[in-house]
Design a protein around this ligand. Structure first.
Ligand code: NAD
Length: 439
């Protein structure tokens, strides 16, 4: 088909793009967070101005021939917030809510996440505004390939390396890697991470985010002098992140007393068996907990799940689940954020006032991007590691990052979220200052 893509490559900040701005929430939140942290760190105004906007924002129109022959044109985005610490890294999401502000906000959060865990990347994010549930695999393949071709000028293994995010997966990454490889006439599998193992994906990537959550939970319990086998856990969202976090925490000795997904929640104070739950979800055509029955198991709502008497609450589904209305009633003494942005600012303040310890998303769910980093390292070397090696390196990096955030937060007497963001913003600032301003 002819060249129908209209690329708008802009180096400008948000002000000139008002026409595109529909959702203020998350972008406002992350900028307010940055302001607060920059104040605490006394960051000079010039550096603040650099940090508070994205380095590069690409908006593309993505024409796709649908199965019925119609052409539909989708809005696509790739935003690179900062490359100060290394090539940009961040997922691609497919959802109707995707817009420029959401992608900008998520790109900024990726800069902080990579800096918190000390991996040599800057932050990026991308997405296409679409409803993947209404599209066939063939349509999704064509969408992915055309979107990849449209954003390819700013991608590259040393420029910007996408990964899966909401509603995208290893198959999406395989299509992206294939598209770039076909267009360049050579294998460029290291252009994306989160690929299938057969194409240079890493062992351990699928479980990595859940494993990271389990590792930081164990580190937190150590600091609280609480034994793993005396700890109860509730997990909201039994998808990739939640199910692996629950399974690995159970292996470590914790009792999983509540889980939920979009179909509802399950509660058993004596403990649910994560292995049985996994078998049920795998066998269920919709991959849901729906229909699970076992002695002692009560059915509860998702709202109830957040308020159970578990020691540790892991929100691993959606954003904005812990808010001003339910934060006063949360009974867990520890919250480990599996999802991105599961706690609103008001919710966070209430939890802090009540002495509930929150391990923030930028630290708690960084296991995924860490193993993405290990995948990229393996791809660049064309040498692949045993799963045990991947898991050992993930553990070393998570344990180190948790200790740094914990010690820094105690020293500054701030909650872990503020401590993590202060460390991250300082690291990105140091990188900008060491490089100097070009030219
Ligand atoms: P997923 O699609 O595999 O799982 C999401 C789960 O949440 C599903 O079980 C779904 O049924 C459930 N859910 C949806 N709506 C719900 C509701 N209203 N109440 C309760 N449960 C609900 O997605 P995932 O990959 O596990 O990601 C979950 C969260 O973790 C997202 O916020 C994502 O951005 C974040 N995250 C994921 C990764 C990763 O590596 N997968 C890495 C970092 C952060």
């Amino acid at each position: 088909m002819g060249q129908m893509t209209t690329d708008v490559l802009t180096l400008q900040g948000p002000s000139i793009l008002q026409g595109e701005i529909r959702k203020e929430d998350l972008w406002d939140t992350v900028r307010a967070q940055l302001d607060e942290v920059a104040d605490a760190l006394n960051i000079e105004p010039g550096i603040r101005a650099i940090l508070s906007r994205a380095e590069r924002e690409l908006m593309v129109a993505v024409p796709v021939v649908m199965d019925d022959g119609r052409i539909e044109v989708f809005n696509g985005y790739r935003v690179q917030h900062s490359s100060a610490r290394g090539p940009c890294k961040g997922g691609i999401r497919y959802a109707q809510a995707v817009d420029l502000n959401e992608v900008r906000a998520l790109a900024m959060l990726m800069s902080w996440k990579c800096a918190v865990v000390g991996i040599p990347y800057g932050g990026a994010k991308g997405g296409v505004q679409c409803d993947p549930a209404q599209m066939s695999q063939a349509e999704l393949s064509r969408l992915t390939r055309r979107f990849t071709a449209a954003i390819m000028p700013i991608l590259g293994p040393k420029r910007d390396i996408p990964a899966p995010d909401m509603n995208t997966n290893a198959q999406t990454m395989a299509w992206m890697a294939d598209t770039v490889s076909m267009l360049e006439g050579k294998a460029v599998m290291e252009i994306v991470t989160g690929k299938p193992i057969a194409l240079g994906g890493s062992l351990g990537r699928k479980e990595a985010t859940g494993r990271g959550i389990a590792l930081v939970t164990a580190e937190l319990l150590k600091r609280k002098r609480k034994r793993l086998n005396a700890t109860t856990v509730a997990v909201q969202g039994y998808g990739n992140v939640g199910s692996h976090a629950a399974t690995i925490l159970q292996q470590m000795g914790c009792r999983i007393i509540a889980v939920s997904d979009v179909s509802g929640g399950l509660y058993n104070p004596e403990g649910l068996d994560a292995n049985q739950l996994n078998q049920h979800v795998a066998a269920n055509p919709k991959h849901l907990l729906d229909g699970y029955e076992a002695p002692g198991v009560e059915h509860i709502s998702n709202d109830d799940l957040l308020l159970t008497d578990a020691d540790v609450l892991i929100p691993a589904a959606l954003e904005h689940q812990i808010r001003a209305d339910n934060a006063p009633h949360i009974r867990a003494s520890m919250v480990v954020e599996g999802a991105n942005g599961p706690t609103t600012r008001e919710g966070d303040e209430i939890l802090n006032e009540r002495g509930v310890i929150v391990v923030p998303d930028v630290l708690a769910n960084a296991g995924g991007v860490i193993v993405s980093y290990l995948e990229w390292v393996q791809d660049l070397q064309n040498f692949f590691w045993e799963e045990a090696e991947v898991n050992r390196t993930l553990k070393n990096l998570m344990v180190r990052a948790f200790a740094e955030v914990w010690d820094f937060s105690r020293q500054k007497q701030v909650p872990l979220r503020k401590g993590a963001l202060m460390l991250a913003v300082q690291r990105v600032t140091d990188a900008i200052q060491s490089r100097g301003i070009f030219p």
